[in-house]
Design a protein around this ligand. Sequence first.
Ligand code: UD1
Length: 377
Amino acid sequence: MRSNVKIILVAGARPNFMKIAPLMREMKKNKFFKIVLVHTGQHYDEEMSEKFFRQLNIPEPDINLEVGSASHAVQTARIMLRFEKVCVDENPDAVLVIGDVNSTVACILVASKLNIKTIHYEAGFRSYDRRMPEEINRIVADSVCDYCFTTSPDADEILIREGKNVNNIFMCGDLMIDSLTDYLKVATELEPTLKLLNGESTSPLKDPGKKKFGLMTLHRPSNVDDKVHLQNLLNTIGLITEKLPVVFPIHPRTLKKINEFGLRKEFDSLKGLLVSGPLGYLEFISLLKDSMFLLTDSGGIQEETTWLNIPCLTLRENTERRLTILNGSNKLITITDIEKEVDLVLRGKGKTGKVSPKYSDGKSAGRIVEKLLKIFK
Ligand code: UD1
C-alpha cells in the first residue's frame, strides 16, 4: 500500500475553474494526495481567471505556465513545451485534466507520452461536430487517457462504444453543480447584481427586477467569427431587447470581433442591452438564477440552467450535453428561432425540465476522491 500519490491538477481556462475548486477542496482533506496545481495561463485576465480563483477559494497555483492567447496550434504547443518540463521536474504519479479546452488536450498528450497515468474529468462528451475545436480536444483526451471520469451515464455509453475499458470509466457526476450548490447561497446574498452592473455597464438601463430580464453569453467562433452572421445576430437581439432587457456580460473575443468588423456603433445603439465585461462566478450565478431565460452558445451553462430549471436557448447546431435537451430545460435553436422562442418564454411557455439527482446532487467531488483512492492506494 502506498503512503501517498502525487497528482498534478491542470486548470487553464474559465470553464475549468468551477470544477477544480470543489475537487481540490475534497482532495486536500486527505493526506494521501500530494497535489500540484498547474495553471496553464490560457485565460489570464483578472475577470477570466484571478477573480474565479478568489471567489471559489482556489489556492494560488503552484506553477503558472503563462502561455496567454495565440492561435490553437501555437497555444497548444506552448502549453506542451512548458508542461513537459513541469512533468519531468515534478515526476508525478498522475495528471488530471478537465473538460475540453486547449489546456486539456495539451497536458494530457504530454503526460501520456511520458508514461504518466492520466485522468480525464468530463470524459465522453461528444457533439459529433468536428468543426468545434473542443470536439477535437475531447476525442484526443478520451482516446489517450487511462481513466475516464464522466458526469452522466450517456457519456459512459459513448466511451464504451468507442472501445474504452468499462473498468476504467467512472460516472461520478457534475463538479460544476458542486460549485453551484456550494455558492448559490452566497450569490443570493450579494447585492443584486443588476444594481452593481448599472454602475459598471456601458448602458444606463434601470434594474428591471427579478425574472424580468434575459441573460446572454456568446463567444463561439460559429456565432461571432463571421461578420454577416454576427450582424444578423445583433439585429435579432435588437428585436428582443425591444420586448425586455437583456444582460450581456461580453467575452473578450466577442468584443474583439465586434470592433474588428466595424459593428461597434450598431452594438452600442442597442437600447435594452445591458453590457458588461466578463463577470465573476458569484455575480454570474446571481444573475442567472434571477433571469427569465438564457440565450447562449456556452457549454457548461446548459447544465447550470437545467439544474436551476431556467429556459436555456442554445444558439448552436448541436450539443455535447444531450441530457440537458432530453430531460432538462435546454433547447437548440437557430438565429431565426430566437424571437419566437423568447416570445414563448414571455408567455410563460418556456421549456422546463428535471435533473437527475444521481449526477447533480452537489456531491461529485466526494465520489471522485473515493475512486481516486481505489485506483491509486
Ligand atoms: C476557450 C475554450 C472554450 C471555452 C472558453 C470559455 C478552447 C479551444 N476554447 O475559448 O471551449 O468555452 O474558453 O471562455 O480552449 N482573452 C482575453 N483574456 C483572457 C483570455 C482570452 O482577453 O484571459 C481573449 C483573447 O483575445 C483571446 C480570445 O479571448 O485571443 C480567445 O481566448 P481563448 O482562450 O483562445 O479561447 P476562448 O474563446 O476563450
